[in-house]
Write a protein of this length. Structure first.
Length: 287
């Protein structure tokens, strides 16, 4: 029986309940989690004076803990997007509930982890769709994801985002060569899993990965309490944020702040993240 690492912020692995099969031990599947994310809300403000919601994500799950509906809201969208989630074999399909337009397909391996995904509308010119392939190591940890977009160019534009971890499994860096997210951790503060705001919907070609992380299909969860996060795009570092005001209830991380620098004119810029979870009935609440 393999040892299961204790991991942080939310939602745990498998969307399709990856189970160990005694006939195929070489699959080496991670154990599925009992607790999964049901809501992630972020607000932005100055010195804890809220400017309003930034991103809201609600995930409605069925009795088997798989997502069946998603409701997302980003300030720039103006209206919430509600999507129905259906399954056929190893494929998940996300469909707009109002227009019936397909937003995403994702295909899963025998461990319930995504092999590939297609996001059908990035919202950017000539970048429809964005196709993503996921790569794993022998321990079934995500090591990179390869995105192909702008297929108006022969062969499209191909970028591989590397997932660089430390010896504990914490993600130190996500980078595709132009976009870079870097983390530091307090190694004296091990934590249980919870969702961390690694990815952002402002990177449209990463939209499938952004959502699959929230669904619990992709493991980017820290094992220790994060200290800082640095955002860098095109060689320009937007900010280095600190993680503060972490609130833990019944072993679950339910909120934390990203605090961005100190501007003498406007004060401290803050993104507050709040989380909620659903645990399978009769299970101990393993993340």
């Amino acid at each position: 029986m393999k040892q299961i690492p204790v991991i942080l912020f939310l939602a745990c692995l498998s969307l399709l309940a990856c189970k160990k099969n005694p006939h195929f031990p070489q699959q080496n599947c991670p154990d599925p989690a009992d607790c999964q994310l049901t809501a992630l809300h972020t607000t932005v403000g100055l010195s804890r004076v809220s400017e309003g919601p930034e991103y809201n994500s609600e995930i409605f799950r069925g009795s088997d803990n798989r997502p069946v509906k998603h409701r997302g809201y980003l300030t720039g969208w103006g209206v919430p997007y509600v999507s129905n989630i259906t399954y056929s074999g190893n494929r998940l399909t996300l469909t707009d509930s109002a227009t019936a337009i397909k937003r995403m397909d994702a295909w899963f391996n025998a461990c319930g982890q995504p092999d590939s995904a297609t996001w059908y509308n990035t919202g950017l010119p000539n970048e429809i769709p964005a196709r993503t392939r996921y790569k794993y190591n022998s321990s079934k940890k995500l090591t990179s994801f390869v995105v192909t977009y702008n297929e108006s160019i022969p062969g499209g534009v191909v970028k591989e985002a590397q997932v660089i971890r430390d010896a504990h499994g914490n993600v130190l860096k996500l980078t595709d060569g132009s976009s870079v997210t870097e983390w530091t951790y307090n190694y004296n503060a091990p934590i249980k899993p919870a969702q961390i705001y690694y990815l952002t919907s402002s990177q449209p070609t990463w939209s499938a990965t952004f959502l699959l992380e929230q669904f619990g299909s992709i493991d980017l969860k820290p094992r220790h309490l994060p200290k800082t996060i640095a955002w860098n795009m095109g060689g320009y570092q937007f900010a280095t944020e600190s993680i503060a005001n972490v609130v833990i209830s019944s072993g679950k991380v339910i909120s934390y702040d990203h605090r961005t620098g100190s501007d003498p004119a406007s004060g401290v810029h803050i993104r507050t993240v709040t989380l909620s979870y659903q645990c399978r009935s009769g299970h101990p609440g393993k993340f």
